[in-house]
Ligand binder design. Structure first.
Ligand code: PLP
Length: 431
């Protein structure tokens, strides 16, 4: 086997294109992002040349307490040195039981039984299977614009055509209704419905906050026919919108299954969970091995997840997340008001914020301008016009100021460039 040359960043980009993904290599290049990341701390990521970047994408929202939080690193090191990373799967695992108990205690109502996986999509797969199993029905009602992951089952309930069509036929019996439209959802739910799956705030769909009372009406629609309610908190959970779970914005609404992942691993380990009520997981009594995962619920991942939940409880960030998020939102709105040709809307809840620009091309240009100022953001997978801010929940006021100043400068720098693009698009639309 030949030597692998670790050298100039061009080499890395070329090798990324050759050995991993040529299309993505082109967009890294276009965005001016052909830099290797080498380390990270808190809200900051460093490249190989010692340049640092303020990360407001936080690994697609994973870094809820910032990169490499010392408490979590210490918990992981202790578990590696004195315990085990992966279990035998034959003996009982205390870290898994401890985490399951914590999740039972911190999730709403009767949610108390956890099944552990390694990603958000797997949590959704499990929830959909559990709903079908526990109802004996096959129908699923999902929402347009939803993002639940890209494995076949999760993709089937996701709501964006471009990702779905190449893989059809997907799961049968899935119906999509507009997100936030309770009446449309109520009309779609019937005696054949196993479950309704919703995000409390659509993330990849463009950070869409539903009207107040929406989740309660989803719950009632499910109850009317005995269907399960699946709440996908993969992105909204772990304090992202203020409370630990976004479903808590509507007190009293308790889903049958709650899916968690992303921030559950504290930014150190991949882990996901579906937490169900005893009634919605009763089948495990008869069929304990009906759904399994080799890596799911490993001791290292569970130890870090428990430490993350404990840390979030101690930090008690809910009110700060709401306040910092609201302040950032109004500051962004003020910046946006100066650039109506660029920005259509600023929205969000807590530290899940979105800037919707007027065209996908504008999003790329603003992002490139932000990267040039060493601020990292991502656009949403189901809506390329939306730039998403998911900073660590521990973001400081000073870091927020740096990001807002970068947005100010990025909007200004994009304005001239975008003028040409928008004229071009307007002409194309008229043609
Ligand atoms: C709401 C939601 N569900 C599921 C997923 C899929 O998670 P993963 O990429 O870990 O499979 C995502 C990922 O962004 C998500 O935002």
């Amino acid at each position: 086997m030949g030597e692998i040359a670790i050298g100039a960043e061009e080499d890395l980009l070329a090798r990324f294109g050759r050995y991993m993904n040529p299309g993505l290599a082109r967009s890294f290049s276009f965005m001016g992002l052909a830099r290797p990341e080498v380390r990270a701390e808190g809200a900051w990521v460093w490249d190989g040349e010692g340049e640092r970047y303020l990360d407001f994408g936080a690994g697609y929202g994973v870094q809820v307490v910032g990169y490499r939080h010392p408490r979590l690193v210490a918990a992981a090191v202790r578990q590696l040195e004195t315990g085990m990373a992966l279990g035998s799967r034959v003996l009982l695992s205390q870290p898994a039981v401890d985490l399951a108990q914590r999740l039972a205690e911190c999730t709403p109502g009767e949610l108390e039984r956890s099944f552990f996986v390694n990603s958000g999509a797997e949590a959704v797969e499990a929830a959909v299977k559990f709903a079908r199993l526990s109802t004996g029905r096959a129908g699923i009602v999902a929402t347009l614009g939803a993002y639940h992951g890209k494995t076949m089952g999760a993709l089937s309930v996701s709501g964006r055509r471009v990702y779905r069509e190449p893989f059809e036929p997907l799961l049968p019996g899935v119906r999509h209704v507009p997100f936030g439209d309770a009446a449309a959802l109520e009309a779609a739910v019937d005696e054949g419905t196993a479950a309704v799956i919703v995000e409390p705030v659509q993330g990849e769909g463009g950070v869409i906050v539903p009207p107040d009372g929406y989740l309660a009406r989803v719950r009632a629609a499910c109850d009317r026919v005995g269907a399960r309610m699946i709440v996908d908190e993969v992105q909204t959970g772990m304090g992202r919108t203020g409370p630990l779970w976004a479903v808590e914005h509507e007190p009293g609404v308790v889903p049958d299954y709650l899916c968690a992942a992303k921030g559950l691993g504290g930014g150190l380990v991949p882990i996901g969970a579906v937490v169900g009520t005893p009634a919605a997981t009763a089948f495990l009594d008869r069929m304990p091995l009906i759904h399994t995962s080799t890596f799911g619920g490993g001791p290292l991942a569970c130890t870090v997840a428990s430490a993350t939940l404990d840390l979030l409880r101690e930090l008690d960030l809910g009110e700060r997340v709401a306040a910092v998020g609201a302040r950032a939102r109004s500051r962004l709105e003020a910046l946006a008001a100066r650039h109506p040709s660029l920005v259509r809307e600023v929205r969000g809840r807590g530290l899940m914020l979105a800037v919707e620009v007027t065209a996908p091309g504008v999003a790329g240009m603003v992002m490139a301008q932000l990267f040039a100022r060493r601020v990292l953001v991502a656009h949403t997978l189901n809506n390329e016009r939306v730039l998403r801010l998911l900073p660590p929940l521990t973001v400081t006021d000073e870091e927020m100021e740096i990001a807002l100043a970068a947005f100010d400068a990025a909007f200004a720098a994009t304005a001239d460039e975008a003028a040409d693009l928008l004229v071009g698009e307007g002409e194309a639309a008229d043609a």
